[in-house]
Write a protein that binds this ligand. Structure first.
Ligand code: KG4
Ligand code: ZN
Length: 339
């Protein structure tokens, strides 16, 4: 069983031998809309209310009974502290009551593992681009649970999803911003405004990410539009194009620099239609195999945490102690996260 509660989704999933048996998801997103962003205390209270019903719904979906659960994995970080604590407490209670091992896992390793549920085990070496609400990183992954993960780059400031959410707010599009920008961009011209591609100069770090300057460029444009004929949809499409162009170009470059021929794109922003299309185009041209999970497995869910738990169980990994705590901020090095 995988338990996810790092942000505004309560996710429970069941995975056995790499196969997703069933899952369930409850979201408190509606409760945050009027605040324009996730309110940690509201998210935590919603997790408390949703946890047991979501566990029951996931068991039903997987046609499993409690006594058939062999291990419990839970997101122990990173994420909102109050929200993480609810999942960790629930997972500990379930593991203790069932007499099964408990595994604290890293949320981002879960995002990467989500892809294995649809495309099978990862190859010996892959490059993983994580684009989520809190993180944007290029990772060199050999084995998700056995080998430490090497960070080729991490965003210097905002994460890609954060930029989508902030730009949506600037454009008056509803929260959550990513899907709103994606939708608006479908009716817009991606070449209407040529926003500068971040960290793309010859003296910039080739794999570096930074999104706060791009967000400010959109803010400046909105404050003083140069062409009155340009619509919100055009600005959304132009911003989205700048992000998609930057992340896919750098991800393909990372594969070439590391001599790796598989690219995996995961995290909430991997649900973006333009990033998916451009990544496909560029990977095909560069002879790179592209793996992107379906959108519902890109955003936070319990199945991805169960996927990592299943890998840890099969690897014979040491379970976490019952003193397992939550860590709101922790870099991804190993999938297993203790304290
Ligand atoms: O991975 P995730 O569900 O949660 C975190 O771990 O952060 O990612 C959430 C982020 C939000 O910023 C959301 O706006 C963005 O993913 N997102 C999208 C799309 N769907 C979700 N961004 C762009 N286009 C989308 N279609
Ligand atoms: Zn996430």
């Amino acid at each position: 069983m995988g338990v996810e509660s790092s942000c505004d989704e309560t996710g429970i999933g069941f995975v056995r031998d790499g196969v997703l048996l069933g899952d369930s998801l409850a979201s408190s997103i509606e409760e945050h809309v009027r605040f324009g962003g996730v309110v940690p205390e509201i998210a935590a209270r919603a997790h408390v209310q949703a946890m047991v019903p979501t566990m029951r719904a996931a068991l039903d979906d997987a046609s499993l009974a409690w006594h058939e659960v062999g291990a419990v994995a839970v997101t122990a970080g990173p994420g909102l502290a109050t929200a993480l604590h609810v999942g960790v407490a629930a997972a500990k209670a379930a593991a203790l009551a069932l007499g099964v091992p408990l595994y604290g896992v890293h949320h981002l390793a879960g995002h990467a593992a989500a892809d294995t549920l649809v495309h099978g085990p990862l190859p010996d070496r892959s490059i993983v681009l994580i684009v989520s609400g809190g993180h944007t990183s290029l990772l060199a992954v050999d084995d998700l649970v056995r080998t430490p993960i090497r960070h080729l780059s991490d965003t210097l400031d905002d994460a890609a999803g954060e930029a989508f959410d902030k730009v949506a707010r600037l454009l008056g599009l509803p929260y959550p911003g990513g899907p709103s920008v994606d939708l608006a961009a479908r009716n817009g011209d991606p070449n209407a405004v040529r926003f500068t591609r971040p960290l793309s100069g010859s003296r910039d770090p080739a794999l570096g990410f930074s999104f706060s300057g791009l967000k400010s460029a959109v803010a400046r444009y909105v404050a003083a539009p140069r062409d009155p004929g340009i619509t919100v949809d055009d600005i959304a499409a132009s911003f989205q194009e700048a992000v998609a162009d930057t992340v896919t170009r750098k991800a393909v470059l990372a594969c070439q620099m590391e001599n790796v021929d598989t690219l995996v794109i995961v995290g909430g922003v991997a649900a973006n239609s333009r990033i998916r299309a451009l990544a496909e185009e560029r990977c095909a041209a560069a002879g790179i195999e592209l793996r992107v999970p379906p959108p519902r497995l890109c955003t936070d869910n319990g199945a991805m945490i169960a996927a990592i738990g299943d890998l840890l169980v099969r690897e014979g990994a040491k379970p976490s102690p019952s003193s397992l705590g939550a860590r709101s901020s922790v870099p991804l090095e190993l999938a297993r996260l203790d304290d």
